[in-house]
Design a protein around this ligand. Structure first.
Ligand code: GLC
Length: 489
């Protein structure tokens, strides 16, 4: 019997027919501004490779290339039940992960939205919020934990998705807040004791055994299920990646490793490449990108991230729309108070516009009315949809320069990059646009299914990775192998 299969999403032809000349001119202007062609992608990638190398050098560069002290590839045979805590830019997750030793796992998890006020509030409020969530999870959602204890405490892998300088797996000095966070008294300090104290305030018998970046978690989790995975990437509120480097190719580690860490061993590197091109040498920044940077809590930081990550896409569109309203081209005589509020829209606003299947962009009309209190005409919506496509396409294309740069640097002939994050998982066409950008950078002309470097989904990878890293850490601990820089005698 022949089945019809799932219904394909309706295709919108989307012509510019009937658009006033002034709108066509604007479209052309934004196309020039936001299009990143093949040649530019290649030159960005080449510069990126050099910057990754600089980050590994003793002198350092703007990409931190943080050593993660995960020194083993998983075998896929790891077993055990572990607790994982995952603090991203938008959500907090607490999970109990059971690794079954057969490249598969089981997860029970609870997800909590991080309240906006906490992101710019007091440090202890954040840590207490985290401790509360762990407490609720342990009391209500989690099966009793028999194994994986340190003394009388349960071992927890803490995924903290901000740049941390680590001298050991259970240690991490926050270099700077990213993704719009701005909490005083944390930058320059080890976050592990701060969270640990909050656990103690609540009498929680939980011990942070490993501090992990979400990219390192995604790398390790993806490699646990598929050994062809060499990179772990996040395209979400922020943007970053991790990969394994040979210790001997990390000059800044020279003299810092114990003899049990052989120069040929692997070391996971959390690149923190959202900071790529903080010197503004190669990225095609528009005046909107410059404005977002200057008005952010940390100007001149995370230049790459600010052009492509979910945290900023809504703001980018908002600034373009404000420019069009200032020229009296759109939304005349309407209440613009919501549109004038910084960060009023997030990336899902753009996703909904790109997802609108109707020729007259009827869903977009309802979205503007209900969310911004603005009535739109059809030509306005057609122009806005094109601008949104340009912003989304630029984000996807630039995002791939990081993956291409790691691949070039490491000389991967064939590799997968496990990917997670709201933009990767939810933003329409991101995957196809990204694959096309990789093909442009490497001049591939085969079918996309044959591309040697592929970005593959790794949803919730960071929590699972925390569990796999906990297992790897325990194994090293039991063998008496080092988990950080050599202790000075
Ligand atoms: C930001 C953080 C980084 C994280 C990324 C994705 O770039 O600095 O640590 O990996 O966002 O969440």
């Amino acid at each position: 019997m022949v089945h019809l299969g799932p219904k394909k999403p309706p295709l919108r032809k989307g012509t510019f027919e009937g658009l006033p000349q002034s709108f066509l001119k604007e479209i052309e202007h934004y196309e020039t501004l936001f299009t990143v062609d093949k040649t530019k992608l290649k030159s960005i990638t080449d510069h990126f490779v050099k910057e990754l190398e600089k980050g590994l050098s003793k002198e350092g560069g703007s990409i931190p290339m943080n050593v993660a002290w995960v020194m083993d590839y998983p075998t896929g045979k790891e077993t055990g039940t572990y607790l994982a805590l995952d603090m991203g830019g938008t959500n907090l997750r607490v999970a109990q992960v059971t690794l079954d030793g057969n490249r598969s796992f089981d997860v029970v998890q609870s997800k909590y939205r991080l309240p906006d006020h906490i992101k710019v509030g007091k440090a202890d409020d954040l840590w207490d919020f985290i401790a509360d969530c762990v407490d609720k999870f342990l009391k209500n959602d989690c099966a009793p934990i028999e194994e994986d204890r340190i003394g009388d405490k349960v071992f927890i892998g803490f995924t903290f998705s901000y740049p941390c300088l680590q001298s050991a797996i259970n240690h991490g000095i926050l270099q700077r807040w990213t993704k719009g966070f701005d909490i005083k008294g944390v930058e320059g300090h080890d976050v592990v004791p701060m969270v640990q104290k909050a656990f103690e305030r609540k009498n929680l018998k939980v011990q942070i055994g490993a501090l992990i970046n979400d990219t390192t978690g995604t790398l390790v989790a993806s490699n646990y299920v598929d050994e062809n995975t060499q990179m772990g990437c996040i395209f979400g509120t922020g943007c970053n990646a991790a990969y394994y480097e040979k210790v001997k190719n990390i000059p800044k580690l020279e003299g810092l490793c114990s003899p049990d860490i052989h120069p040929d061993s692997w070391m996971a590197i959390n690149c923190e490449y959202g900071a790529f091109d903080n010197e503004h040498v190669v990225l095609p920044r528009t005046k909107f990108d410059v404005q977002i940077d200057l008005e952010s809590p940390r100007p001149n930081q995370q230049s790459f991230e600010k052009m492509i990550a979910g945290c900023y896409l809504g703001e980018l569109l908002r600034l373009v729309l404000l420019e069009l309203t200032a020229q009296n081209l759109i939304f005349q005589d309407q209440d613009l108070s919501k549109l004038e509020t910084p960060y009023y829209m997030d990336a899902s606003f753009l996703s909904q516009i790109e997802d609108d299947p109707w020729e007259n962009l009827g869903d977009t009309e309802v979205l503007f009315r209900s969310y911004l209190g603005i009535e739109t005409t059809e030509p306005e919506r057609v122009m806005i949809r094109r601008i949104v496509e340009l912003i989304g396409t630029r984000a996807a294309r630039l995002s791939m320069c990081g993956i291409a740069a790691m691949s070039k640097k490491m000389g991967y002939k064939s590799a997968n990059a496990g990917a997670d994050g709201s933009v990767y998982n939810k933003y329409p066409h991101f995957k196809q646009r990204g694959a096309q950008a990789l093909a442009d950078i490497f001049d591939w002309d085969m079918a996309p299914s044959k591309y040697p470097i592929k970005v593959v989904p790794a949803e919730d990878g960071s929590g699972i990775g925390a569990a796999v890293i906990a297992a790897l850490t325990r194994a090293r601990f039991e063998k008496g192998l080092s988990l950080g820089v050599a202790k000075k005698k």
